[in-house]
Design a protein around this ligand. Structure first.
Ligand SMILES: Nc1ncnc2c1ncn2[C@@H]1O[C@H](COP(=O)(O)OP(=O)(O)OP(=O)(O)O)[C@@H](O)[C@H]1O
Ligand SMILES: [Mg+2]
Length: 491
């Protein structure tokens, strides 16, 4: 009886050990798949090749060679288990390699901490908690401080970088948890990247930011609308400023409606400028958005009448084709229009009072542009500190294809903005953000362009007093001879 009990216990212990041993690699695979850091193709090829080898009987020869024929899975059930194991073996081996690398890292870290003199008064070294991949390039190492001040970690930065052969982006104290987060990667992402070359971008394109290896740009045709989110003072308005300047300089027919209801200071560099209208109060904004709505409806009517799906297709129609369809080619001469709202919550949060009705109208227009703007060449760039349902209409949000998300204070806000905690796992560096567009997700540093630089660039385009008087409030551009020229010369 006792013997049987002991045997049972041994079996359970063995199963427990196997499960424990498997958990770590399986967890690595799960995280790798989630963060897209696992080389899926290579793992699949490895698995399929192994599977084919089994089907060809090559594995029997291996069993004989290794003299382990007695453990050959003879029974059909175990043979299937064995077969399927090899089919997924690429993933499992990748997980095992990651676990081994992590063990190696822990050993290296212990040595590095000793060499760097990172010890508490009681002689304790920092404790290893986790080392997580944040994306294909960046990682976050979390250590227990063990009463070592964060200044000591900062002082040991060079030693850590040299020993681990990495670049440390930031070292952040998590006082409430008694831990320290070290953000690192194998290549550097600078803390300050000046926005340069804004006058030589491709038409309809703006610079999104710099990753560790490349510059990302977005084309309005592919990324029609954009949401910019993030806690205060992280760089939302600065990003919008450089995007507006880039688009303005390279698209001579593009027009802009810029709205800043917060303080009215963000778009000062663009005031009294050709092709740009700036609003800093609600009434003017609502009236301007109503006009934008009228234009949108008119363009949609023309596009339908010309039997096209969008302005790009309309641009390719010849004048005679348009005339045959009863459309006046002169009416089709328009460029794209950009509507930028800095702190959109200022608009969405007004729910009561006399302004509520007007605000409702403005929201309806924004909703309509978010849904139909792409085809008609109207594009939204909406910035907000809070991406929640109160501050941003969920229907509008669902139509914004791309999100630029600056560091978020908590996981919930990050998940609300980009459906992942990635913005919470960003070092608190000004201009550092997550760019999410479809399945693409990158950590970027956005280009820096301060107000005075923007003012200097925009200086040649400022209207004279005489021109201001003359300027048509509809902000239309001069007509061109050719429809295609108007839209296609902008991409
Ligand atoms: N890309 C950048 N690189 C370096 N520093 C930056 C960058 N963008 C912004 N900053 C710095 O951060 C400060 C705040 O930027 P900005 O006003 O754009 O923040 P914000 O997110 O719009 O803040 P708020 O929500 O309060 O309006 C700037 O004055 C500038 O010094
Ligand atoms: Mg701002």
């Amino acid at each position: 009886m006792l013997e049987a009990k002991k045997q049972k216990k041994d079996i359970f212990d063995t199963i427990f050990l196997i499960m424990k041993g498997l958990y770590a690699p399986v967890h690595e695979v799960y995280t790798g798949l989630k963060l897209k850091t696992i080389p899926v193709e290579a793992c699949m090829i490895f698995g399929v090749v192994s599977y084919v080898c089994i089907l060809l009987g090559l594995h029997e020869w291996t069993f004989q060679l290794l003299k382990v024929g007695q453990i050959y899975p003879e029974r059909l059930f175990w043979f299937h288990v064995y077969n399927n194991f090899w089919l997924f073996s690429g993933f499992i081996f990748w997980g095992i390699i990651q676990v081994a690398l992590r063990r190696k890292l822990v050993n290296t870290l212990t040595e590095v901490f000793i060499n760097a003199g990172l010890k508490s008064g009681l002689g304790k070294l920092p404790g290893f908690i986790s080392d997580r991949a944040l994306d294909s390039e960046a990682r976050k190492l979390t250590l227990l401080k063990n009463q070592i001040p964060v200044k000591s970690f900062e002082a040991a930065k060079d030693v850590l970088e040299g020993a681990l052969q990495v670049h440390i982006d930031a070292i952040e104290d998590r006082k409430e948890k008694g831990t320290v987060d070290i953000f690192y990667a194998h290549t550097e992402l600078k803390r300050l990247i000046k926005a340069t070359g804004l006058d030589s971008l491709k038409p309809n394109t703006y610079v999104v930011g710099h990753t560790r290896s490349k510059v990302i740009t977005a084309h309005l045709g592919k990324v029609p609308h954009l949401m910019v989110v993030g806690q205060t003072d992280m760089g939302k308005s600065t990003f919008l400023r450089q995007a507006i300047v880039g688009l303005y300089l390279n698209n001579p027919r593009m027009t802009f409606t810029l709205v800043d209801l917060k303080e009215g200071l963000e778009f000062q560099a663009f005031e009294n400028t050709k092709r740009i209208e700036v609003y800093d109060e609600l009434d003017g904004t609502v009236t301007a958005l109503s006009k934008v709505h009228e234009k949108l409806m008119h363009r949609m009517k023309l596009i339908k009448q010309a039997k096209c799906k969008d302005i790009q297709e309309l641009a390719l129609k010849s004048h005679s084709d348009l005339k045959d369809l009863g459309v006046d080619p002169k009416e089709c001469q328009f460029g794209r229009h950009i509507i930028v709202v800095d702190e959109v919550a200022e608009m969405f949060l007004i729910k009561k009072g006399s302004a509520a009705e007007r605000v409702q109208e403005a929201r309806r227009v924004i909703d309509k542009i978010a849904r139909q703007g792409r085809a008609a060449g109207f594009h939204l760039m909406l910035a907000t500190q809070r991406p929640d349902v109160k501050s941003m209409d969920p229907r509008v949000k669902s139509n914004l294809a791309a999100t630029m998300c600056y560091p978020m204070r908590d996981i919930t806000s990050s998940v609300t903005a980009i459906n992942s905690r990635r913005a919470f796992d960003l070092p608190t560096i000004k201009g550092r953000a997550i760019w999410q567009c479809g399945y693409d997700c990158h950590e970027i540093q956005t280009g820096f362009l301060d107000k005075s630089e923007a003012e200097e660039i925009m200086q040649p385009y400022v209207l004279s007093k005489k021109e201001i008087k003359k300027e048509d409030s509809s902000c239309e551009v001069e007509p061109s001879q050719n429809v295609a020229e108007v839209i296609l010369d902008e991409g």
